[in-house]
Unconditional design. Structure first.
Lengths: 246, 248
């Protein structure tokens, strides 16, 4: 949060934090096969929350629970999946974060069926972050807490960084190109998003796959994603199937 | 038209945009365009706090990649970043004379042809939620009057972001900021899709989507989503643009 007192705060810390989270998750995952689980465990350790859940989403809607750090988190993930209601369902449907610092006050009105189950499971606060890159929706990161109260600005910043890292992991999983080893951090330039749209048309693929293709090409050619995106926009690089051979 | 009259019109236009289901990115886009029109500047861009310690561009008046680069640079160094960090107006920055303070940024801005830059904070009490950045080609600063209008625009932008919502609510602020940032990304993705499908520039693609949104009363982000999912075909957008004159 841009507080007036933040003058001395280091800028660019966020992307570094995402990288840090990613590397820690990679190290914590024995062979890289349970990256989501490792990331969720790191999240529950780093933030003052009692449980973390990750749900996958595809274009067709919620596609199942990927990981949960404890029984209560798993129970609430499953409950929402079954009921089709709850903060995480809203976050995935609307693409907006749903921050509920006090479920006892807000949940019974907004999600009557979910509220009972949540309070019974001992959960008092939920913070649900949609994992998306614009129109690309890959899932939701859900933080559960056994006591009420909001996240502090610093905790919110960290939660958003975990969400960024989880977005990258799920993006690659969803596109059938799981992350192996080093992953370049996200690049939020307008050109990258425009180029993603162009590549999706050229290669007749969805936006998620187009973004993964761009990232993979940049990685393979050891060049910055922004530069490759500009070449795509200028027409000097084409991802059309016809050009694959030549 | 007298400037005062046009000024009043613009503020009414912006206030009118703030209806129930308004599109925040479209609103901020209009605001930056009016800023260039009313304040003696040549380019404008608006950046928001991404709540991860960075600024992200959500509206800009010019598709040129070089201008975008200036905004990107400001994540690392520049008056916009300093304005965001300490909440103060940093206006009438003589770029040639400020090279020692922001060497990379000033060099890049001078290369693009600008001589002056101005940064105004989007303030919400003790917090800064973003910054409005203006660039001028002609080597002259802004008058007090123009600066006041620019700050007024920045304040209206903050109101738009938090429209009809409890201003005290950190939760709402976080939800709004994150949503605005992603809306902008959807629009960029749609510009790419539409430009590739219709064989037009990304600037033209943006203009067509906005025209379509205006004509149909739809939200810009909704139009962009429809382009991305393929439910809105580019031919439909062209038709919406129309070639028929509306008189005059």
């Amino acid at each position: 949060m841009g507080q007036l007192r933040r003058g001395t705060r280091e800028v660019g810390v966020a992307s570094r934090r995402v990288n840090e989270i990613f590397q820690a998750a990679w190290t914590g995952s024995s062979d890289g096969t349970d990256l989501p689980g490792s990331l969720a465990s790191a999240c529950v350790r780093a933030l003052p929350v009692s449980g973390v859940g990750l749900a996958l989403m595809t274009d067709e809607g919620p596609a199942g629970i990927i990981t949960a750090t404890d029984g209560a988190a798993l129970e609430l993930e499953e409950l929402q999946f079954t009921l089709g209601e709850g903060p995480c369902v809203d976050a995935s449907r609307t693409g907006r974060p749903v921050l509920q610092p006090d479920l006892a006050v807000t949940a019974p009105v907004r999600w009557p069926a979910f509220a009972g189950g949540a309070l019974e499971a001992g959960i008092r606060a939920v913070f649900a972050f949609p994992l998306r890159v614009g129109a690309i929706r890959v899932g939701v990161l859900d933080l559960y807490r056994d006591h009420a109260g909001p996240l502090s600005p610093d905790e919110l910043t960290d939660a958003l960084s975990f969400a960024d890292a989880a977005t990258l992991v799920l993006l690659h999983e969803q596109a059938g190109s799981p992350v192996r080893g080093a992953i370049p951090i996200a690049d939020d330039r307008a050109e990258v998003h425009q180029a993603t749209g162009v590549v999706s048309v050229q290669a007749s693929v969805g936006l998620a796959e187009a973004l993964v293709m761009l990232r993979a090409r940049a990685f393979a050619e050891s060049r910055p994603l922004g530069g490759l995106a500009r070449d795509v926009l200028a027409g000097t690089v084409n991802f059309g199937r016809a050009d694959d051979g030549g | 038209m007298a400037r005062e009259q046009r000024l009043a019109e613009v503020f009414v236009e912006l206030a009118d945009t703030l209806v129930e289901e308004f599109d925040v990115v479209d609103f901020l886009q209009t605001l930056t365009e009016r800023c260039v029109e009313l304040v003696d500047t040549d380019a404008a861009g608006l950046m928001l706090d991404d709540q991860r310690g960075n600024l992200q561009v959500v509206a800009y008046t010019d598709e040129s990649a070089r201008l975008l680069e200036l905004f990107e640079l400001q994540k690392e160094e520049g008056p916009c970043l300093d304005c965001f960090a300490n909440g103060q107006v940093i206006a009438n920055v003589d770029l040639a004379a400020s090279r020692s303070r922001w060497p990379v940024f000033c060099g890049a801005a001078l290369d693009v042809g600008f001589t002056f830059s101005h940064a105004l904070p989007l303030r919400l009490r003790r917090q800064v939620v973003g910054a409005l950045n203006l660039f001028t080609v002609e080597p002259r600063g802004l008058t007090e009057d123009h600066l006041a209008v620019a700050q007024g625009m920045a304040d209206v932008a903050t109101i738009g972001l938090l429209h009809e919502r409890a201003l005290r609510d950190q939760v709402v602020l976080a939800e709004q900021l994150q949503t605005a940032l992603h809306s902008r990304i959807v629009i960029e993705q749609a510009k790419g899709v539409l430009s590739a499908r219709a064989g037009i520039s990304v600037g033209e693609a943006f203009a067509r989507m906005r025209t379509h949104a205006r004509r149909t009363g739809a939200q810009l982000t909704g139009v962009a989503e429809a382009v991305v999912t393929g439910t809105l075909h580019h031919a439909g957008l062209q038709a919406a643009m129309g070639t028929r004159e509306d008189g005059a």
